[in-house]
Design a protein around this ligand. Structure first.
Ligand SMILES: Cc1cc2nc3c(=O)[nH]c(=O)nc-3n(C[C@H](O)[C@H](O)[C@H](O)COP(=O)(O)OP(=O)(O)OC[C@H]3O[C@@H](n4cnc5c(N)ncnc54)[C@H](O)[C@@H]3O)c2cc1C
Length: 409
C-alpha cells in the first residue's frame, strides 16, 4: 500500500457517506476524510424540494435541501475532514485513489476506503428511444437540479415516463413549479409503485397509462410531440418536453473502470455482510449497492457499514475467502452477495435484501448448504424491497442459494 494520508477515505457525501463517516469518528477512527465532487453534502436529497427526509435519523422532517445542510452540520460537529470539489477518478489496489480537484490530479491513500457514490437514472440515450434530438428531454434528477439550483423549469407540458416513487416526485416537482404534465406512461402492465401512491397522478387530473410505450420523440429545436404505442395503436401526444423518471442503476463506474469485482445482479460492487468488497481495503454502502432506496435507509446502511469498517480497521485481521450468494430467476439481486466466514464485526448488513425482476407467485427459499433455512410463499413484485434475516449459519456455509418455485404464471 502507498503512504496512507488518512485512516479512512469516504467517497461521496450523500446520506450514506456522511452517516458512515460520522459513525467511524464516533467509533474512534482518528482521520476520516470525505471526498465529494460537488460543493455541498446531501447527494441526491439536495435536489428534492419536497419532504420527507430525516424522520428516523434526526427525529424531524426536512425538505431535501435542508436535510443536506443538516448533514453538513453533523459532519463538522464530529470532525469529519470534508473536501469539496474532489472527484475520484480511479480506485487502485489496496486503498489508493486517483482524485481530480482544482489543483489537477492527485493520489490519496488510506488504510480503508468506503465508496458511497449513489445511483443515476437511465437517460434517453441508455433507454435507446429513437426520434429527433430536440431540447427538453431530461431525467428527474436533472429537472430537479434545474429547479433547485437555477430556478429554471425547462417545459410547461411534459410527458413523464415511469411509474416508480421518483415518478411521483417528478409529477410533484412539475406541478409545484408551474408545469402541468400531459400524461404519465409506463410500458409495463402494472405500475411499479403500489396503491394508494399510484393514484396520485390521476388525483391531480393527469392521465396515467400503463402498457404504454414511448416510440418516438418529434421536434426541431424543442420537443413538439411524442408517439406512444398503447393497446396495439400508435397515438401522437402533443407536449413540449419528455421527462424520464427512474430505472436507477448504481453509480458503480469507479468499480467497473478499476477492475474491482462487480455483482451483475445488483450492478453494484460485490460486497460481503459487512459491506466489504473483494479487495478488503474497500467497502461500499448506500444506493451504490443496489437501486434504489430511500434517504433514511441509505443513512442507516451507511452508519451500519461505517461501524463494521471501524471495527475491521481496529482488529486488522485477514479477511477470509468469500462464498457467493446465488439465486434463481426471477430474483434479480441479493445484497450482500458475498458472505465471509471468520471475523465477526459489529454493524454491517444484517439482512439479505432482495429484489424481483417481475411479478411472480410462488415460494422463495433460502438454502444454506442445501438445507432450507427460511421460506415464504407470496406474490412478489418487481423493484419492491424484500428483507430476509440472515441466519447465523450463513457465516459458516459453503453454499448459499435463494431458490424460487413458481406457481403457474
Ligand atoms: C428525484 C429523487 C427524489 C427522491 N425523493 C426522496 C424522498 O422523498 N424521500 C427519501 O427518503 N428519499 C428520496 N430519494 C432517495 C434519496 O435521495 C437517496 O436514497 C439517497 O440520497 C441515497 O443516498 P446515497 O448516499 O446512497 O447516495 P447519493 O445521495 O446519491 O450521494 C452520492 C454522492 O456521491 C457523490 N459522488 C458520486 N461519484 C463521485 C466521485 N467519483 N467522486 C466524488 N464524489 C462522488 C455525488 O456527488 C453525491 O453527493 C429521492 C431520490 C431522487 C433522485
Amino acid at each position: 500500500m502507498s503512504n496512507a494520508t488518512s485512516d479512512v477515505i469516504v467517497v461521496g457525501g450523500g446520506p450514506s457517506g456522511v452517516a458512515a463517516a460520522i459513525a467511524m469518528r464516533k467509533a474512534g477512527v482518528e482521520r476520516v476524510t470525505l471526498l465529494e465532487r460537488e460543493q455541498h453534502l446531501g447527494g441526491a436529497t439536495r435536489h428534492c424540494s419536497h419532504s420527507p427526509f430525516g424522520m428516523l435519523e434526526f427525529g424531524r422532517v426536512y425538505l431535501g435541501s435542508a436535510y443536506g445542510r443538516r448533514l453538513e452540520r453533523e459532519a463538522a460537529k464530529f470532525g469529519v475532514d470534508v473536501r469539496f470539489g474532489h472527484s475520484v477518478a480511479e480506485l487502485r489496489e489496496g486503498g489508493e485513489l486517483l482524485v481530480s480537484n482544482h489543483t489537477g490530479l492527485e493520489t490519496i491513500a488510506a488504510k480503508r476506503v468506503l465508496v458511497a457514490t449513489g445511483v443515476r437514472e437511465t437517460t434517453r440515450a441508455a433507454r435507446m428511444v429513437t426520434g429527433d434530438r430536440p431540447v427538453g428531454v431530461v431525467t428527474t434528477g436533472t429537472l430537479q437540479s434545474y429547479v433547485a439550483f437555477h430556478g429554471l423549469m425547462p417545459f410547461k407540458r411534459p410527458l413523464i415516463v415511469g411509474s416508480e416513487l421518483v415518478t411521483l416526485s417528478a409529477v410533484w416537482t412539475c406541478l409545484s413549479h408551474g408545469a402541468r404534465p400531459v400524461a404519465v406512461i409506463e410500458p409495463r402492465a402494472q405500475t411499479l409503485v403500489g396503491a394508494p401512491l399510484n393514484w396520485f397522478p390521476n388525483l391531480m387530473g393527469i392521465p396515467f397509462h400503463t402498457g404504454a410505450r414511448l416510440v418516438d420523440i418529434v421536434g426541431r429545436g424543442r420537443v413538439e410531440a411524442v408517439s406512444v404505442e398503447r393497446n396495439g395503436k400508435v397515438e401522437t401526444i402533443e407536449c413540449d418536453g419528455v421527462l424520464f423518471s427512474g430505472q436507477f442503476t448504481p453509480e458503480a463506474s469507479l468499480f467497473m473502470n478499476s477492475g474491482l469485482a462487480m455483482d451483475w445482479g445488483s450492478s453494484g460492487p460485490a460486497v460481503d455482510q459487512y459491506g466489504r468488497c473483494e479487495d478488503p481495503a474497500y467497502f461500499a454502502a448506500g444506493n451504490v449497492l443496489r437501486a434504489v432506496e430511500t434517504g433514511g435507509w441509505a443513512f442507516r446502511e451507511g452508519r451500519a457499514v461505517g461501524r463494521a469498517l471501524a471495527a475491521d480497521l481496529a482488529h486488522a485481521g485477514q479477511a477470509a475467502a468469500a462464498v457467493k450468494v446465488t439465486f434463481d430467476d426471477p430474483v434479480k439481486l441479493v445484497v450482500p452477495n458475498l458472505v465471509r466466514s471468520g471475523d465477526t464485526l459489529p454493524g454491517g448488513l444484517q439482512d439479505f435484501q432482495l429484489r424481483f425482476t417481475r411479478r411472480a407467485v410462488g415460494t422463495l427459499a433460502l438454502r444454506i448448504d442445501g438445507n432450507v433455512a427460511w421460506s415464504g410463499r407470496g406474490k412478489w413484485r418487481p423493484e419492491v424491497r424484500v428483507v430476509i434475516v440472515r441466519p447465523a449459519a450463513a457465516s459458516a456455509a459453503a453454499k448459499i442459494h435463494f431458490s424460487f418455485e413458481e406457481e403457474s404464471r
